[in-house]
Write a protein that binds this ligand. Structure first.
Ligand code: FPP
Ligand code: MG
Length: 362
């Protein structure tokens, strides 16, 4: 059946998401019972905002928009809730009314997700990728020209929603997408380079992943109207959570079972993206530099498996797991800095969210 016909609407997305670990975690913590209705409102807004007047772009992006874990909306909403919604009485002295906070957090979450979806559509063009969210990519279904247009469309829609929220939110949306582009450009500049430094790696993942998770948390904090110091601390929390998330993603690319990844292990090696475990391996075993650089010419299965075996044997995964633990500690430190703006239950929820996302095995 055509993938478009199977693209799930907001209701089906909602029941899929409510079965996933991070959404279950937040739903279980929010005593006000708002989770389902706020998430549904965000999914409806995403469906609305990804629809174009003539239907052409709507159809092109439908399978991409329907999929994914919706982590960015989850972070925006969870951050806003953590400031007061977890309290039994939902008391928020001196803060905006609950309805207004939630409504703004829903829109903030949609901004972050639309930016994410725009970047995925463009990323699939650059990578000539075939599959996204279990369906053929926009570039495969519609060609590169329509895929670039569709990504531009989602980006513009994201920035329009951000601008409607206010000038600070609009500026944040723009600055965040700039950082995504910078991160992506940094990654492209070091492809197949065994001398890539750890700093270069961290700069790339800060831009391509952590900046947007940080922005999602900041949008939640802005919706809740916390003070500037708490807003910054919550943005820092999202930054460290984002680094941990990408470190785990990169680790799973090397160690995750192929049936879970939906692609063979070592896909990043084939693409020339040398991640932290690989950089550790080449430092421990400098003779690996030659075979790594040679992957540019010969990324056949044998060459990839040889390098992968060396990376795993060098202790690269354990080194990356230690880096995840370090980012988890930094995220906890940022939450402590924001503690004055969080309820105890909200603090615990955001803390558990890090454990949940950094501990994922799929
Ligand atoms: C998976 O997120 C994706 C990332 C962690 C970020 C990847 C970054 C890029 C593709 C940068 C692209 C930038 C430009 C400017 C083209 P996820 O696991 O939350 O994905 P999901 O939506 O599938 O759940
Ligand atoms: Mg890519």
């Amino acid at each position: 059946m055509d993938a478009l016909l199977t693209a799930a609407g907001p209701e089906a997305q909602l029941s899929r998401l409510l079965g996933t670990a991070p959404h279950r975690l937040v739903a279980g913590c929010v005593t006000t019972g708002r989770w389902e209705s706020d998430l549904r409102a965000c999914l409806d807004l995403l469906a609305d905002q990804s629809a174009a007047a003539d239907g052409l772009i709507t159809e092109a992006v439908a399978p991409v928009v329907a999929g994914g874990k919706r982590l960015r909306p989850l972070l925006a909403l969870a951050t806003a809730y953590a400031t007061w919604c977890c309290a039994p009485d939902g008391a928020a002295p001196g803060r905006p009314a609950r309805e207004e906070v939630c409504e703004r957090a829903v829109r903030g979450g949609a901004v972050a997700e639309l930016l994410h979806l725009a970047s995925l559509v463009h990323d699939d063009v650059m990578d000539e990728a075939d599959v996204r969210h279990g369906a053929p990519t926009v570039n495969v279904r519609e060609g590169n020209i329509r895929a670039v247009l569709a990504g531009d469309f989602l980006l513009a829609r994201a920035l329009a929603v951000a601008g409607d929220l206010g000038p600070r939110e609009g500026a944040l949306g723009c600055a965040t997408f700039v950082r995504l582009c910078e991160g992506q450009a940094r990654e492209s500049a070091t492809l197949f380079d065994p001398a890539r430094t750890e700093d270069a790696y961290y700069e790339a993942i800060t831009g391509k992943t952590a900046a947007l998770l940080s922005a999602a948390c900041r949008l939640g904090a802005m919706a809740a109207g916390v003070d500037a110091a708490a807003e910054q601390a919550l943005a820092d929390y999202g930054h460290h959570l984002g680094l941990a998330y990408q470190l785990v993603d990169d680790l799973l690319d090397l160690t995750g079972p192929a049936y879970r990844l939906g692609k063979p292990a070592g896909h990043d090696l084939v693409e020339g993206v040398f991640t932290l475990p690989v950089l550790h391996a080449v430092r421990e075993r400098p003779r690996l530099a030659g075979p790594l650089a040679a992957l540019r010419e010969d990324a056949g299965d044998g060459a990839v498996q040889d390098v992968l075996g060396e990376v795993l044997a060098s202790g690269g995964p354990a080194y990356a797991r230690a880096a995840v633990a370090e980012q988890t500690r930094h995220a906890a430190g940022a939450l402590s800095a924001a503690a004055g703006a969080l309820t105890p239950a909200g603090h615990a929820m955001l803390s558990e969210l890090v454990t949940c996302l950094a501990g994922r095995t799929y």
